[in-house]
Design a protein around this ligand. Structure first.
Ligand code: GDP
Ligand code: IMO
Ligand code: MG
Length: 432
């Protein structure tokens, strides 16, 4: 049975959490396969009495909110154990059952020295900073690649854990004290920190790759939910202004242990405009009242850090790139409602780089920094679309906008978001 990936097609915060939640009742397992608590996925669930419940998930897959779903944290994730239990306890206090959660024995652990290093490195970089979330994500993935990382399974053998922490700190403490003038981390302190929740963690830990492949053998549906997005992917994003993991569909395989041939569908989530948090190039970014309008109406403030998101028009070059890199089979176009009231809606169809037209992402990063969007303008609409539930109910100009965007984005637009809640959705082609 199918494995399906949900991927961010821009710079994050496209509405992956809502899309995952939308499919949650129809899938058996939802896997987070990359990133850590740098992610922030907001899910709004309407209640029978007309009110709504809002959840902000960072480390747990959004599928944890779907009662029949088994949530899985895959081997590609970096886990801050304190955050994990804070999030679990917060959800349990609100009546969400988290008891089925499974965590890969091979996932890496974010130690406090890596949180410290993330923050001091950013401070040290000054104007060259990346604008990270400061959660220790980059240094923890760097340790993984340097083969000095701590894995979840290490927490169940104190002797091995102590040896690994000692090895890691030999170098880290040199850097902390001599480069950054910080206090050295003590091995015993770090080991004690890491072991705090080990016994609570133990029953959740397993070989999640084996578990997921057996689930697929048994005919279950597995949904792989990305953190971050294509343009933040360490290989395919706007390097170095990226996160440190593989957020694309290929990462869904390495980060879960599900082989590529078992991936049947790749759902790309795109906003009807573009946002970005942190530093780095962003060709369609707006610095005028239009940008302010998108930020205010779209409530574009980070779920994790609360930072205002940078806002700009829809960029079809990026969408085509994401479609290609991920093999997107369907797009979910979110936040169409945020465009309501604009007289005309610009869309970036290509870039001008020093007088040369680029229909695809420039090969050279510095060209991307200088890319000037070539815009086409589409007429807007004023009608409230948040109650529309079929494509035909949308005003003609909203339909034309979606059709125009679909034509230049590299894959069909199967679902349209017209509001934050699960119900505020138009399905043009069923995803499952
Ligand atoms: P994620 O990181 O990709 O899961 O996205 P975030 O949750 O960080 O940001 C998306 C925000 O947009 C959340 O606050 C969602 O509740 C909200 N949202 C998702 N889809 C829609 C939509 O179609 N319309 C509106 N107005 N809000 C949406
Ligand atoms: P979701 O899953 C938007 C950005 C940070 C920074 C860069 C590197 O909610 O879409 P990191 O802490 O990962 O080393 O920071 O990546 N970033 C995100 N931006 N949405 C996210 O996640 C992000 N996760 C990281 O702002 O620019
Ligand atoms: Mg987010």
């Amino acid at each position: 049975m199918p494995a399906i990936a949900i991927i961010g097609a821009q710079w994050g915060d496209e509405g992956k959490g809502k899309a995952t939640d939308l499919l949650g009742s129809r899938v058996d397992h939802v896997v987070k396969f990359n990133g850590g608590n740098n992610a922030g996925h907001t899910v709004v669930i309407g209640q029978p009495d007309g009110t709504s419940e809002k959840y902000a998930l960072h480390l747990l897959p959004s599928g944890i909110l779907s009662p029949n779903c088994t949530p899985v944290i895959g081997n590609g994730v970096v886990v801050d154990i304190d955050v994990l239990f804070e999030e679990i306890d917060g959800l349990e206090a609100r009546g969400v059952d988290t008891s089925k959660l499974k965590i890969s024995a091979n996932a890496h652990v974010i130690a406090s020295y890596n949180r410290a290093l993330d923050k001091v490195t950013e401070r040290f970089l000054g104007s060259r900073r990346l604008g990270t979330t400061g959660r220790g994500i980059g240094p923890t993935y760097a340790d993984k690649m340097n083969r000095i990382g701590i894995r979840i399974q290490d927490l169940f053998d104190e002797k091995i854990l102590t040896a690994k922490v000692t090895g890691a700190l030999e170098l880290k403490n040199q850097v902390l004290t001599k480069v950054y003038n910080r206090r050295a981390a003590e091995v015993e302190e770090i080991v004690a920190e890491l072991l705090t929740h080990a016994e609570r963690l133990r029953p959740m830990v397993c070989d999640t790759g084996l578990y997921l492949n057996q689930a697929l053998d048994n005919g279950d549906i597995v949904l792989l939910e990305a953190g971050q997005a294509t343009l933040l992917d360490v290989d395919h994003g706007t390097y170095p202004f990226v996160t440190s993991s593989s957020a694309t569909s290929a990462g869904a395989c390495t980060g879960s242990g599900i082989p590529p041939m078992r991936l049947d569908q790749v759902i790309g989530i795109v906003k009807a405009y573009t946002t970005r948090v942190g530093e780095g190039p962003f060709p369609t970014e707006l610095f005028d009242e239009s940008g302010e309008h998108l930020r205010t109406v779209g409530a574009e403030f980070g779920t994790t850090t609360g930072r205002p998101r940078r806002c700009g028009w829809y960029d079809a070059v990026i969408a085509r790139y994401a479609a290609r890199v991920n093999g997107v089979t369907d797009f979910v176009l979110t936040k169409l409602d945020v465009l309501t009231g604009l007289e005309q809606i610009p869309v970036c169809v290509a870039y001008d780089v020093k007088g040369v037209r680029h229909d695809e992402m420039p090969v050279n990063q510095s060209d991307f920094h200088h890319a000037v969007p070539i815009l086409e303008y589409f007429p807007g609409w004023t009608e409230d679309i948040s109650e529309c539930r079929t494509f035909d109910e949308l005003p003609a100009n909203a339909r034309s906008y979606v059709e125009a965007v679909e034509k230049i984005s590299g894959s069909r637009i199967s679902v349209i978001g017209v509001g934050p809640s699960r119900a505020a959705t138009i399905v043009r082609h069923e995803l499952l």
